[in-house]
Design a protein around this ligand. Structure first.
Ligand SMILES: *[C@@H]1O[C@H](CO)[C@@H](O)[C@H](O)[C@H]1NC(C)=O
Ligand SMILES: *[C@@H]1O[C@H](CO)[C@@H](O)[C@H](O)[C@H]1NC(C)=O
Ligand SMILES: *[C@@H]1O[C@H](CO)[C@@H](O)[C@H](O)[C@H]1NC(C)=O
Ligand SMILES: *[C@@H]1O[C@H](CO)[C@@H](O)[C@H](O)[C@H]1NC(C)=O
Ligand SMILES: *[C@@H]1O[C@H](CO)[C@@H](O)[C@H](O)[C@H]1NC(C)=O
Ligand SMILES: *[C@@H]1O[C@H](CO)[C@@H](O)[C@H](O)[C@H]1NC(C)=O
Length: 272
């Protein structure tokens, strides 16, 4: 007699199958455009790498490698011969040295610096873009080129010599900015060029700077924090364990992509 009453496990299986039968037609009927979302999900649900930059994900996309809808328009990377990646901020190009995948932070270096030791002709290097801010570790390094007089007694041993693009050896001093330092103002008047560049005061960099290894310090780049719709993105990934962040390529609005078959519509969006 007992076989007339299905055991509980069978009951659960039946319930499960009924759910699927109900869910499948429903999901097929919820409008067009889902096929695109599936494709977008598939193209974005993997990270790319470019040279030493591994694991490139949202909000970044890579020209010809990772579609724009996997990121946000302003976070375009250019990959150069799979050796290094650059990003444009303002009118300047920066090499991306590292992307921190747990915090919206990346370490970059002004592309023009790389491989040069004289920076006397760099015009502007500071970042003024609301999407990117320096982290707390970043300071201004002032470089004084071709100064008349000897300032070593005032500035300590922060001297270096470099070779300009024209092959001329230039004497230089450098100092990490201290806004209260009136000596800097005086120096500016007796040097042929004064350049300010962002520098990161990490432990190795402080050592490089005190040892006069300026180029090594500059090559470490500096950190910027970026603003990539973090609230929307974390809502997207917490609403669905496999949701991934992206954007509508034509409007640059944030978009949440779900895995194929999970035809949930993003219930929120936001303009940049
Ligand atoms: C998405 O990526 C994860 C991790 O790489 C992988 O386990 C999963 O199968 C992918 N999903 C799809 C639908 O490709
Ligand atoms: C990411 O940034 C956080 C906060 O600055 C830091 O603690 C962490 O070590 C960084 N991770 C990587 C891989 O750099
Ligand atoms: C460097 O100096 C410039 C101009 O004085 C200033 O706008 C900028 O905020 C400074 N950067 C840092 C990291 O202190
Ligand atoms: C700066 O220069 C002025 C005149 O050129 C001089 O009087 C002043 O003492 C100098 N300040 C410092 C800190 O060297
Ligand atoms: C940068 O700082 C400004 C002013 O504090 C703030 O409005 C902006 O949201 C910050 N951007 C990032 C990316 O942290
Ligand atoms: C993307 O944005 C365009 C222009 O605003 C809009 O017409 C289109 O419906 C959007 N696509 C999706 C999938 O939201």
């Amino acid at each position: 007699m007992s076989h007339l009453f299905p055991p509980p496990i069978l009951n659960s299986i039946l319930t499960f199958m009924i759910c699927i039968l109900i869910a499948v037609p429903a999901s097929h009927g919820d409008g067009d455009g889902d096929g695109d979302v599936d494709e977008q999900y598939m193209s974005c649900n993997s990270s790319q790498s470019c040279g030493t930059v591994q694991d490139i994900r949202y909000p970044f996309w890579v020209h010809n490698i990772r579609p724009q809808f996997c990121g946000l328009r302003r976070f375009e990377l250019q990959c150069h011969d799979n050796e290094y990646a650059t990003i444009g901020i303002g009118h300047q190009s920066f090499r991306v040295l590292e992307i921190n995948n747990t915090h919206p932070i990346m370490r970059i270096v002004i592309a023009d610096y790389v491989g040069r030791d004289c920076l006397e002709s760099i015009r502007k290097s500071s970042i003024s873009d609301p999407l990117f801010n320096y982290t707390e570790k970043v300071r201004n390094l002032s470089l004084f080129y071709d100064c008349s007089g000897d300032f070593s007694s005032q500035l300590g041993n922060n001297k270096y010599k470099c070779t300009s693009e024209g092959g001329v050896v230039i004497r230089s001093f450098y100092t990490v900015d201290n806004n209260d330092d009136s000596r800097l103002h005086n120096l500016s008047n007796s040097c042929s060029s004064v350049v300010k560049v962002p520098i990161q005061l990490t432990r190795p960099n402080i050592l490089y700077l005190t040892e006069g290894r300026l180029i090594e310090a500059l090559n470490q780049g500096f950190e910027v924090r970026y603003d990539a719709e973090d609230k929307l993105c974390s809502t997207c990934t917490s609403h669905h364990p496999r949701g991934i962040c992206g954007s509508n390529q034509s409007s640059d609005e944030f978009s949440c992509f779900y895995p194929p078959g999970m035809h949930l519509r993003p219930s929120f969006s936001h303009s940049l």
